[in-house]
Design a protein around this ligand. Structure first.
Ligand code: FMN
Length: 174
């Protein structure tokens, strides 16, 4: 029984989350590997799935979205969980008092929620290093609302990630 933690990560933040989830699953006695979705050929080698991508402009990255759509029939026949990495900063709420993680759900959560009936869907805080951004992403950050919404730093909440991985491990061993 092997779990694939398939991810798409532009600058490494989501990769770190995926690797952590796979490691926590292994520590809990599960067989699990983290792989970028673009390097996965044989989906039928796996018995359960965790998929995650970073969110850009409200959306999962294209390769993760395309992968899930392409393999939906196989994926939905197995236990599946989804996560997204996105919101940045230390505030749990946006300026209007709304829950930042709820507001940062990528639009694919609705589509994939219906399509795959996942056992869980989570948004985790992400990380941003302005020095490594593409020119285009740097420009987005320069507009006033961009700067506010996209502060520099590593806001990944490892305790929350570990807790979620432990829940997955419990369900897999049940
Ligand atoms: C140009 C730009 C746009 C972003 N748009 C969003 C967004 O719409 N929603 C969100 O939650 N996070 C957004 N983020 C934050 C990233 O999703 C976050 O930094 C993430 O952890 C990056 O993960 P990665 O390094 O794996 O790609 C954006 C970041 C940048 C640089």
């Amino acid at each position: 029984m092997t779990t694939l933690v398939g991810f798409s990560s532009k600058y490494g933040a989501t990769e770190g989350i995926a690797e952590r989830i796979a490691r926590k699953l292994r520590e809990a006695g599960q067989d699990a590997v983290a792989r970028p979705v673009k390097s996965v050929d044989q989906v039928d080698e796996y018995d359960s799935f965790v998929f995650g991508s970073s969110a850009y402009m409200g959306s999962w990255r294209k390769d993760a979205t395309a992968f899930v759509r392409r393999h939906q029939d196989l994926i939905k026949a197995h236990p599946v969980w989804l996560f997204s990495s996105g919101p940045l900063g230390t505030a749990g709420k946006d300026t209007q008092g709304r829950d930042l993680r709820k507001e940062s759900e990528p639009k694919q959560f609705e589509e994939f929620g219906q399509m795959l009936q996942p056992r869980g869907m989570q948004v985790f805080f992400g990380a941003l290093d302005p020095n490594v951004l593409s020119r285009r992403d740097k420009l987005v950050r320069r507009i006033p609302s961009g700067r506010e919404l996209l502060p520099e730093g590593d806001f990944r909440n490892w305790a929350a990630i570990d807790e979620w991985a432990a829940e997955i491990a419990r369900e897999l061993s049940a």
